[in-house]
Every structure is written in structure tokens, then in C-alpha cells.
Design a protein around this ligand. Structure first.
Ligand code: C5P
Length: 217
């Protein structure tokens, strides 16, 4: 592994690992706990990064949109995403964790399709915090960017996550971003600065974010 992101014609070239899409946590062979993440942000980030000359690897949950033609590991569950991210991260300079990892998973998976019979209670446990695990194992030359999807205006929660997960940059985006082509984000920097961005197409936001990420090196 080389020590730092490379320089070409004064431009930082990064090996970027991008996670995108939701995870699905099985309840039985046909049902799962999931969320509405479309993967559009991850697709836009990968496209912007490739256009800027960076090398990109994706770890991708189940999505139905077309994704850029980059090296991709397809996963379904948070456990599979954890395994893929921790395996791939050492070969990369930057991790952008845009995936919407399910926060909870059923403690046990029913081996057969469950019948509908009265009230159903599913006992769940928290999934591993993948980005925090990656941050705990990162080398001094690596950087990590997280995404925090919060109710309108709840910047404080996003800032707490930046510190708790030990990230280099946190993207706050309101819940309305989900499944939308547009985003109105705030970049939360570890020095306390909040950089509020205007509403824009995810494509334009992705180009801006990749540019900001280069400044982390
Ligand atoms: O869900 P939360 O708001 O904590 O997500 C913040 C960041 O943490 C996101 O970048 C998300 O991908 C990541 N995350 C994770 N593993 C989880 C939950 C969230 O890596 N189990």
C-alpha cells in the first residue's frame, strides 16, 4: 500500500471506496428489514470521482438504478457490508460511507417463511457501526467521510456522530434527500465549521464533495 494519495499535475489522485444503497436484514427467507435508500448519491459520487481521475471501488447494497462501471462488491446485509468495507479499506485513501446501513437486524432469522398468525414481535439487535469500525482501524494517511440523514435542521445530532464515529467530514442531509435527485446538504468539518450548501442536483453536489475530499489530504 502506498503511503499517501498520489499527485498528478498538482492534482491529488485518490483511491476512493464508496458504499451506497440500503442494506437488507432478513426476517425469514422472503422478508427483510430495509429502508428507502435509492443509491443515487453513491452513483453520483462514483461518477464524479471517476470523471476527476480518481480510482473508485464500490460496496453496493441492493439498488434498482444503473450504477457506474467500476469495481463493485455487491452485498445485501450490514454484516456483508462490514466484511467488504474492512477488507477493501486498507487499499484505499478515502472511504465515503454513503450507504444507508440498517440500524437494526433480527436477532434470529426464521428458517421457513412465517405464517400470518396474530401479532408479530421481531426481536432486533443493533447492526455493527461499520464506519466507526473503519475509523478505528484507519492509518494516519487515510480519511473517512460519513453521511448523516436527519430530520430537518437537526445539525447537532450529525455533529455528535462526526465526533463519536471519529470521521474527517460529515455530510448532513435532510430526510427529504432520500430517493430525490436533489440535495441540500451541510458539510460539518471537525474544526467546528458548518458549510451550508444551496439545494442542488446530486450530480453537482457529488462533484463539489469529491473536490472538498481532496482537500482532506
Ligand atoms: O445511521 P447514522 O445516522 O448513524 O449514519 C451515519 C453514518 O454512519 C453514515 O455514513 C452511515 O453509512 C454510517 N453507518 C454505519 N453503520 C451503521 C449505521 C450507520 O457505517 N450500522
Amino acid at each position: 500500500m502506498r503511503g499517501f494519495a498520489a499527485l498528478r499535475y498538482n492534482q491529488i489522485l485518490m483511491r476512493i471506496l464508496i458504499t451506497a444503497g440500503p442494506t437488507r436484514e432478513p426476517i425469514d427467507p422472503v422478508r427483510y428489514i430495509g429502508n428507502r435508500s435509492s443509491g443515487k448519491m453513491g452513483a453520483a459520487l462514483a461518477e464524479a470521482a471517476v470523471s476527476a481521475g480518481h480510482s473508485v471501488t464500490m460496496v453496493l447494497g441492493p439498488v434498482s438504478i444503473a450504477m457506474p462501471d467500476v469495481r463493485t462488491t455487491h452485498v445485501e446485509t450490514a454484516a456483508q457490508m462490514q466484511e467488504a468495507v474492512l477488507r477493501e479499506f486498507p487499499r484505499h485513501d478515502l472511504l465515503i460511507m454513503a450507504a444507508a446501513v440498517a440500524d437494526y437486524r433480527p436477532i434470529s432469522v426464521a428458517p421457513r417463511k412465517m405464517d400470518r398468525a396474530g401479532k408479530l414481535i421481531i426481536e432486533c439487535e443493533p447492526t455493527p457501526d461499520i464506519v466507526a469500525l473503519a475509523a478505528a482501524s484507519k492509518s494516519p494517511s487515510q480519511r473517512i467521510v460519513g453521511f448523516s440523514l436527519e430530520m430537518e435542521g437537526d445539525l447537532e445530532r450529525a455533529r455528535q456522530k462526526l465526533g463519536r464515529k471519529k470521521l474527517d467530514l460529515m455530510v448532513y442531509n435532510p430526510v427529504a434527500t432520500m430517493d430525490s435527485a436533489r440535495v441540500q446538504a451541510v458539510l460539518l468539518w471537525p474544526d467546528g465549521r458548518n458549510e451550508s450548501l444551496p439545494a442542488m442536483e446530486k450530480r453537482d453536489f457529488a462533484t463539489l464533495l469529491i473536490d472538498r475530499c481532496a482537500k482532506l489530504f
